[in-house]
Ligand binder design. Structure first.
Ligand SMILES: [Zn+2]
Length: 102
């Protein structure tokens, strides 16, 4: 049995040129996301996509201005609300701040 002959062809690499276009969860702006383009961010924990502007301007968490929208989304998706950071804001990537256990 010939090893490795099929390892080079990956099934998902057919149209790798096209970046996908997403709408930012917070500002609604469109951004591209692809193998070589990275104008935004996917936040798996929240199941949302945000543009790089919103991502980078909210490095310290999602402020009360936008959290209402996020909280409503979490309820809709039946996702748990993460522990808030020291400012009382929702952590940007949904991870608990500073990795404290428990
Ligand atoms: Zn945005």
């Amino acid at each position: 049995m010939p090893w490795g002959s099929k390892l080079l062809s990956r099934p998902m690499s057919q149209s790798g040129k096209h970046a996908m276009v997403f709408n930012c969860f917070f500002c609604g702006g469109r951004f591209q996301f692809g193998p070589s383009l990275c104008d935004g961010k996917h936040i798996k924990r929240y199941k949302i996509s945000v543009c790089s502007a919103c991502w980078s301007s909210n490095w310290d968490g999602w402020s009360p201005r936008v959290e209402e929208r996020l909280l409503a989304h979490l309820v809709t998706e039946e996702l748990p609300v993460p522990e808030r950071n020291e400012k009382g804001w929702l952590p940007r990537d949904g991870q608990a701040p500073n990795g404290t256990r428990g």
